[in-house]
Design a protein around this ligand. Sequence first.
Ligand code: NI
Length: 248
Amino acid sequence: MQLQQATWQEVERYLQTSTGIIMPIGSAEQHGPNGMIGTDAICPEVIAKGLGEAAGAMVAPTISVGIAQHHLGFAGSMCLRPSTLIALMRDYIVSLSRHGFDRFFFLNGHGGNIATVHAAFAEVHSEVSMLTREAARPIRCTLSNWWDSKGVQKISKELYGDDEGQHATCSEVSVTQFAYPDMIKNANFEGRAPAYSGIHDADDYRRRYPDGRIGSLPSLSTPEAGKRLYDASINDLKDTYRAFLTED
Ligand code: NI
């Protein structure tokens, strides 16, 4: 069930059966010549939707903009400062916890978010720890990256090998093509993108990786591959989500 399509009474009923919620989080940043700006938000959003159906879980609105200052050299990229994302996540979690949600399963689509998401968890835990025992509401948060699942890794390796790359990867572009088959872009690629050599600021990124890709060849992406990756991810995440709900 998606929170934004539910009524408040439906949410109340859901809370009598589960206090878990899936929180998709991504980024709005360039993804090379054939990748959508929203790639990192679209992937966890569609996977969260499928996972929500498979696990009978509530899915929160996607956090679609994340930590992406290094992509600002490319038109359309947006970013939050780490302090802004921490504040935003804190408000999402605390407002949902008022209703009784206490297991927050963040499903992430962007490697650049990981450090800040963990900092936001520390912020929330600090707040709970500093309250009196009576006022404190137990809150558990966890982060899963959709691409880290064993099934996804296996398929990515089998289909793309080293052409998978590190940014604007074949796999993530494939998942967006599966999600939006009418929006598949054609682009001319001149071979492999530069290999990863570090990242600093936006101008530095643009100089090192002129078309935005890092090490990838996403002309190999297909919606069929996207479907396989989507299924594999949901299959693995279902167990991860259920295990998280039963944690103390
Ligand atoms: Ni990405």
